[in-house]
Design a protein around this ligand. Sequence first.
Ligand code: TQI
Ligand code: ZN
Ligand code: ZN
Length: 169
Amino acid sequence: HYSFFPNRPRWPRQRSQLTYAYSPDNPLSDAVRGVFSRSFERWSEVTPLTFSETTSYSRADIRIGFYIGDHGDGEPFDGVLGTLAHAFAPTVGRLHLDGDENWIIDGDFLNSSPYSAVDLESVAVHEIGHLLGLGHSSVEEAIMYPTISSGTRRVELSNDDIMGVQELY
Ligand code: TQI
Ligand code: ZN
Ligand code: ZN
């Protein structure tokens, strides 16, 4: 079953058209842009929310970036595996990915290493769930289930994810 953050934070009704931008510190490939665009789409299909990319990083509701180790928000990344990414509850809008992971993007190994590789889209869909206010789910098929095996792809929202997000929006 799905869960929420304490006090159930959500994006307010007046902020249903959300913008996102990538950190100017790491220029991103079109492949990564495509991964996020599809991941946002999965959540917008089942909610009144829309997500559009903006070039103004400072004004974006949601800020996405890859970081390595200590990156200044008190939640340092830890190298390969362990923590893969983190996102904060509404309305912080921070989505960070561990730049040390061997990310799989569109089936390609970004660091050309198949070892301990993690599918970026699966993690993106999960972290967007957190950005929208979902906590973890006890349902194994759910995107919001708190573990995923290396190399696994899990990108389709389950009924549990949909019921959770539709209770918020
Ligand atoms: N990162 C954790 C996560 O996003 C960070 C975290 C732990 C967290 N507890 C939380 C975030 C409570 C919000 C609320 O779950 S992670 C997975 C999964 C991680 C794990 O790196 O462990 C995914 C990131 F579910 F597959 F294990 C993405 Cl998809
Ligand atoms: Zn961070
Ligand atoms: Zn999580």
